[in-house]
Design a protein around this ligand. Structure first.
Ligand SMILES: Nc1ncnc2c1ncn2[C@@H]1O[C@H](COP(=O)(O)OP(=O)(O)OP(=O)(O)O)[C@@H](O)[C@H]1O
Length: 339
C-alpha cells in the first residue's frame, strides 16, 4: 500500500537548512495498522505530508495506493484520507453541510453522502451539533469533525496525524473504535502518528519510531520491547544508606547495571520475574532486605529510551505551540502552491 525509498525533505528557514526527513525507507502492506512515533520535530508530519502529496519531497520516491506521489498525485488523493493536525473545516460552514461538501468534492452521490455523513455524525457524537457553525465548536468537537471529513469517502488508506490529541478519554476511545471498525469492515490500511504510547501499544500491529528525521526502529510493539527494553525491577529501602549498601549485591545477583535514586534501586534486565525472587533472598541473607519490591513490564517509552537515551514523554504531547504549528502548516501550503 505504501512504499518509500530514500524519501528526504529539507527546508530552508532564514538561510538555515532543516533536515526534516532523511532517507526514509518504508513498506506498508494492505490492511496493516501502523503507528508512527517520535518526539516533537522528529519528522512524522513531514513524512505524512510527502506521502499524501501535500509536500514535494526534496529527493527519493514514494508509491502510495499504487501511484507515484510526484507523478500521479490526483490518483493518490482519490484513494486516501488524510486527517492532519490543523482543523480543516471551513469556519463559516455548518457541520453537516461541511460533510456534504466534502462528499461532493469526492464525487460521491447525494444520497450516499447524506447517509455516510449522518452515520459519521452519529458515531463521532456530532449529531446534536449538525446544524451548528464550525466556528462555534470546541477544539475537541472540531477535531471530531476533521476525523469525520477524513473518513467520509471510506478511503482504502487512511493517514491520521495525531488524531486523538485534544480529545477527552471517551472521545479517544470512540475514535479508536471507529478506526478499528473501519478496518474490520473495509480492510482499510491505517497509518497514524500519535504521542499516546498506550494507543500505539494497544492498537497498532506495527510501530515505527522516528528521531531527528530518521526511522530508527520498525517492528511490532512486543518485538521492540523484547529486543530493546527489559523488565524494570524497583526496590525500595528504609533509607538511602540501605539502598546504597544493597546496590553492589543487586548488581552481582542480576548482572545488570543498577541505578540508585534516593531510597530506591532500579534495575533493567531480561526475565525480571525469574530474577526477582532470588534477588530478594540474597538481599535478605546479606541483611539488606528491601522494604518494597515492584516489577514492571517495559513500555514503548522504555524502548525509545533504549534507542535514544531520551524519554519520549519528556517532550511528548502538544508542547509545540499551536501558533508554531499553524505557521508550519501555512509555510507547507505555500510550498505546495508554488510547487
Ligand atoms: N514548512 C516547514 N518549514 C520549515 N520547517 C519545517 C516545516 N515543516 C516542518 N519543519 C521542520 O521540520 C522538522 C520536522 O517537523 P515535523 O512537523 O515533521 O515533526 P513531527 O515529528 O511531526 O513533530 P510533532 O510531533 O511536533 O508534530 C522540525 O524541525 C520542523 O520545525
Amino acid at each position: 500500500m505504501i512504499t518509500a525509498r530514500g524519501l528526504t525533505k529539507k527546508f530552508t528557514v532564514k538561510r538555515e537548512r532543516v533536515d526534516a526527513v532523511t532517507g526514509l525507507d518504508l513498506d506498508v502492506q494492505r490492511g496493516e495498522l501502523v503507528a508512527f512515533l517520535g518526539p516533537n520535530g522528529a519528522g512524522k508530519s513531514t513524512s505524512l505530508r510527502m506521502l499524501t502529496t501535500l509536500l514535494p519531497p526534496t529527493s527519493g520516491t514514494a508509491c502510495v495506493a499504487g501511484y507515484d506521489v510526484r507523478r500521479e498525485p490526483n490518483e493518490v488523493r482519490r484513494r486516501i484520507g488524510y486527517i492532519g493536525q490543523g482543523n480543516s473545516a471551513g469556519h463559516y460552514q455548518r457541520v453537516r453541510d461541511e460533510l456534504l461538501s466534502q462528499g461532493a468534492f469526492y464525487g460521491m452521490g447525494r444520497a450516499q453522502t447524506r447517509r455516510r455523513a449522518d452515520e459519521l455524525l452519529e458515531s463521532l457524537d456530532l449529531a446534536p451539533l449538525a446544524k451548528r457553525g464550525v466556528l462555534s465548536l470546541s477544539g475537541g468537537q472540531k477535531r471530531r469533525l476533521d476525523i469525520a471529513l477524513g473518513l467520509l469517502h471510506s478511503p482504502e488508506l487512511l493517514f491520521l496525524d495525531e488524531p486523538s490529541t485534544g480529545l477527552d478519554p471517551q472521545s479517544r476511545e470512540n475514535l479508536w473504535q471507529h478506526i478499528l471498525d473501519l478496518r474490520r469492515t473495509h480492510g482499510t490500511t491505517i497509518f497514524v502518528t500519535t504521542h499516546y504510547l498506550d494507543e500505539a501499544d494497544r492498537f497498532a500491529e506495527r510501530v515505527m519510531v522516528m528521531d531527528h528525521g530518521r526511522l530508527i526502529a520498525d517492528d511490532t510493539a512486543s518485538g521492540l520491547k523484547t529486543t530493546l527494553a527489559g523488565d524494570v525491577i524497583t526496590l525500595g529501602f528504609d533509607s538511602a544508606g540501605d539502598a546504597a549498601a544493597a546496590r553492589p549485591i543487586a548488581a552481582t545477583v542480576t548482572g545488570a547495571s543498577v541505578s540508585v535514586n534516593g531510597q530506591q534501586l532500579e534495575i533493567t534486565l531480561d526475565h525480571g520475574d525469574r530474577v526477582l525472587p532470588r534477588l530478594l533472598r540474597e538481599l535478605d541473607t546479606a541483611d539488606t532486605a528491601a522494604a518494597t519490591a515492584g516489577l514492571r513490564q517495559p513500555t514503548l517509552d522504555d524502548v525509545f529510551l533504549a534507542l535514544t537515551g531520551r524519554s519520549l514523554r519528556d517532550d511528548s504531547g502538544a508542547s509545540e505551540t499551536a501558533a508554531g504549528k499553524a505557521a508550519q502548516e501555512e509555510s507547507a501550503l505555500k510550498e505546495e502552491v508554488s510547487a
